[in-house]
Design a protein around this ligand. Structure first.
Ligand code: AR6
Length: 218
């Protein structure tokens, strides 16, 4: 999927229309990526956040980007991991969906995400990566004119996890498509075989060999 990119880097440097902040429900700043975004954007960001009245876990709110290269910041409080039986997976998926909904509402065409909930909130990285990639791919499929989604990993461990999730999901999808194509092709072949015998094809090696020979002769 060309419009989905996974990179290692610092999200505050991203020049996408919006960057996403892994916030807390107060929206009044904190550590990790939240701290980095507030520091880079400047005090005006906190002033705007103070007017928002917080945000529920799994939801999202949008502000200006101020001194950031990105025009907007979309703040979303991810779930705190409490063992996996408290709806954490669904809440994390909801973070991604809420951010995308705001991006569409504001007619944005590019967005960058950090690894929501996998820092201080301790959501297991592999599972979080699977959820993130699944939501990103689903969104891009449903919105063909959206230009770019960037997953920004802060370290090699995260990068590896998100790349593995991508390979697992989109690799699998490609494989399913291949299998569908193969089944259709087989059915077509069986039908043709019933009506007329298949033509014997010349081996591509035949062409290669004769070409090699002629270039060696030159
Ligand atoms: N760019 C990209 N990713 C980053 C950056 C950066 N500049 N800095 C850190 N990360 P966390 P959470 C990665 O803890 O788990 C805050 O205090 C980091 O390596 O920032 O959702 C909030 O106010 C990790 O992979 O967010 C909340 O209280 C990922 O970002 C709480 O932490 C998320 O880690 C939210 O916790």
């Amino acid at each position: 999927m060309e419009r989905l990119t996974i990179i290692k880097g610092d999200i505050v440097k991203m020049k996408t229309d919006a960057i996403v902040n892994a916030a807390n429900t107060s929206l009044l700043g904190g550590g990790g990526v939240d701290g980095a975004i507030h520091r880079a954007a400047g005090e005006e960001l906190l002033a705007e956040c103070e007017t928002l009245g917080g945000c529920a876990t799994g939801q999202a709110k949008i502000t200006n980007g101020y001194r950031l290269p990105a025009k907007y910041v979309i703040h979303t409080p991810g779930p705190i991991w409490r063992g996996g039986e408290r709806g954490e997976a669904e809440l994390l998926a909801s973070c991604y969906r809420s951010c995308f909904a705001l991006a569409l509402e504001h007619h944005l065409s590019s967005i960058a995400f950090p690894s929501i909930s996998t820092g201080v909130y301790r959501f297991p990285l592999e599972e979080a990566a699977q959820i993130a990639i699944r939501e990103m791919a689903a969104f891009l499929r449903q919105n063909p004119s959206f230009q770019k989604v960037v997953m920004v990993c802060y370290d090699d461990t995260a990068l590896k996890a998100y790349k593995a999730a991508y390979k697992k999901q989109l690799g699998q999808e490609e494989q399913e498509k291949q299998e569908e194509k193969a089944t259709a092709e087989k059915e077509k072949m069986e039908k043709t075989e019933k009506t007329k015998p298949a033509k014997q094809k010349k081996s591509p090696l035949h062409f290669f060999r004769s070409k090699k020979k002629s270039s060696a002769e030159e």
